[in-house]
Design a protein around this ligand. Sequence first.
Ligand code: GTP
Length: 596
Amino acid sequence: TPPDLIRNFCIIAHIDHGKSTLADRMLQITGVVEERAMRAQYLDRMDIERERGITIKSQAVRMPWASEDVTYCLNMIDTPGHVDFTYEVSRSLAACEGAVLLVDAAQGIEAQTLANLYLAMENDLTIIPVLNKIDLPAAQPEKYAAELAGLIGCDPSEVMRVSGKTGEGVEDLLNEIVAQLPAPTGNADAPARAMIFDSVYDTYRGVVTYVRVIDGQLSPREKIAMMSTKATHELLEIGVISPEPKPSRGLGVGEVGYLITGVKDVRQSRVGDTVTNSAKPAADALGGYRDPKPMVFSGLYPIDGSDYPILRDALDRLKLNDAALVYEPETSVALGFGFRVGFLGMLHLEIVRERLEREFNLDLISTLPNVVYEVEVDDGRVITVTNPSEFPEGKIAQITEPVVRATLLAPSEFVGAIMELCQSRRGSLRGMDYLSEDRVEMRYTLPLAEIVFDFFDALKSKTRGYASLDYEPDGEQTADLVKVDILLQGDTVDAFSSIVHRDKAYAYGTMMATKLKDLIPRQQFEVPIQAAIGARIIARENIRAIRKDVLAKCYGGDISRKRKLLEKQKEGKKRMKMVGSVEVPQEAFIAALSQD
Ligand code: GTP
């Protein structure tokens, strides 16, 4: 297809504003998917995505669309919907010339709408503002058209109105995409350059790589090179998705499609990398390439220790499809053999854990997640800490922690509640704007560590569910952090150590000590539970002793009965872990680590 007949676009929206429904409707209206083959949310392929209604992996579909007797080729690029995948979103946007900014006509602009809009503007995309769900009785198109127009600086009459559900307005929208978005431009005679915006592992075909060609041309059977690694591969297959993969004779300037080279690991075909021809390579890679960087680490342990090999194999398998997943073996006194796993964020952690449990039938326990700290010790050495156990003893010169730039959106009555919450999480207000009379956008800088745990839940409960949140990494800051250890009768329980702000150390220590006091059964002797920073004890509880002599009732007589009782007691001990001389049931660890 010649570039002037191509339009590349994506749909950006807050979660649940109807992106997938609209995408499905477009596929149907353009005839790419027949009505009877239409299943809800055609683009969301993975089960887990469908169940949770979130899009994790982006894909691209090609649709023909005739506008004023000319047939255009529309490439719709699906963007992942969550903060943890900001980098993938930015690459999907970079593959487009324009974006449909979709807003629920009954909800108005939300935090993710804004965050995605900012990313689209950074990529110089043409924005088409659209209100969705106008069929809803609760829709307020006048109000929200004004809000949206105010945000992007257009006239309210230019805001389109559609219903992905009924199809109303969708044809007009397709016509506007053709009319308003610029055609791709690029140099057809230059050495090939194509940007990878997604890369998915397929059990049968190996890695399927999604690309947007910027310059030149890619053809089947040629040798290609990845510009970040210089690795070369033969192009076994190249084609377009419409809506199933269809091999083609090549891809030219502005075209979007997929490649298959037979590689088996998405790390060999990384999002953001540039593909070129290895015999005639381009001089410079396209900008914007970045290695995925894990932001949150947690220990993952099988509840049944004999599942460890299954967990190891499962992680090896998931890694093929997830370039951001990193892990290494780790052992814990309390939890046995497991892995230290790095994630892009909390949603990524949840997804990985859920897939491990569901697809590999594992029961897992995860330790408190922590972010990555850089600790400079007195002699100038800098230690990267991804696990509280790596936190250096002795004198510390300085500690830095990652921070994020957060966008919060809520009805104005909740401004006070949000400020209070953010302040209690060491946030600093960067700015505040009224989008309309009763809706406020607040921008905060917050330590990542303060929002990875339960920030979102706290925000929702303080604003009765009305606030929305989005954030992206924004560098590092120094902070006064300490490691709090939890000791049982003087022995540290490694799984409970945590790096926290000095002002919150006491609260963490007492919380854990109180929790454990109720969870650990009494022993033959008194067990002190202590929270400590280094050698300094900051909190203490006691589990009182109990003299639970099972033989006492036997009056020294019946030997076989005695033996039976002893056997029984041994049974019970199997699921116990020893911390020093204290017996702790495994359930106690699980309960203490669960976040509620
Ligand atoms: P994520 O992929 O989770 O970000 O969601 P999404 O933006 O793709 O939203 P999705 O298409 O899953 O729609 C969310 C909900 O809104 C679903 O229950 C849809 O049935 C409903 N919905 C989507 N479009 C419309 C519409 O035009 N009218 C009405 N009434 N409901 C809609």
